[in-house]
Design a protein around this ligand. Structure first.
Ligand code: CA
Length: 234
């Protein structure tokens, strides 16, 4: 899944430029031209990061930042503030806005992308990377493709999400409840046994000829993706 970035900016030319560069980096881009719109989008969409301009019509960027921080669903979403050169930067730094980072206009796209990657890495290791490789499993999240031992693997949406979660923490054991929360969401009622069914399907899909079982079952504890996949005995 592509990480979603909400761009809150009223300068059309800058939005176009940001969209172009963010999409090229593999992000899904959402736009808002003012603070009110930003809050509406944030209430409807799952956001991974917000690029927030300080000078906005009506609600200021600072106020939008405060309101996003005050809401349960956006409390922990990283926010990078965009500011004009001058005293604003000092004012912002002096304020406890809850922003994760600041960039002063004009900034280079290279610099912005580097900051963005740093923030994403800190918040969600693995998410900012387009391709993750663990053992002989390769997950290309921009293209939504999985390969094992260089062979294409076809996964259903749930199996894809399961692998996406496991591959970000190779070797770590997750309980069925933890996997339910991560893949199905904590507000959905699904029986723990459902996890076993989908892990079974994921295993089957990943069983490419000449490879071993990449998923370790830990009795009464849960499942883990092996951080080094042992080849199958010949
Ligand atoms: Ca502006």
């Amino acid at each position: 899944m592509k990480p979603s970035v909400l761009v809150v900016e009223d300068e059309g030319a800058l939005v176009t430029l940001l969209r172009y560069n963010l999409e090229r980096e593999g992000y899904r881009v959402l736009e808002a031209q003012d603070g009110e719109e930003a809050l509406l989008v944030a209430a409807e969409e799952k956001l991974d990061l917000v690029l927030l301009d300080w000078m906005l019509p009506q609600l200021s960027g600072i106020e939008v930042c405060r309101r996003l921080r005050g809401r349960q669903e956006t409390r922990n979403v990283p926010i990078i503030m965009l500011t004009a050169r001058g005293e604003e930067t000092d004012r912002i730094r002096g304020l406890d806005t809850g922003a994760d980072d600041y960039l002063t206009k004009p900034f280079s796209m290279t610099e912005l992308m580097a900051r963005l990657r740093a923030v994403m890495r800190r918040i969600r290791p693995g998410l900012a990377e387009d391709t993750i490789t663990v053992g002989d499993i390769e997950m290309d999240r921009a293209a939504h493709r999985v390969r094992r031992a260089a062979k294409e693997v076809h996964l259903g949406p749930t199996e894809y999400k399961l692998l996406d979660h496991l591959i970000q923490h190779p070797g770590r054991v997750f309980s069925r409840e933890q996997l339910l929360d991560a893949v199905w969401g904590s507000d959905v009622y699904v029986e723990a046994r459902t996890v076993d069914v989908h892990v079974g399907r994921l295993r089957k899909a990943l069983s490419v000829e000449g490879t071993g079982d990449p998923i370790r079952t830990v009795r009464s504890a849960g499942y883990a993706l092996e951080d080094s996949v042992v080849p199958a005995p010949v």
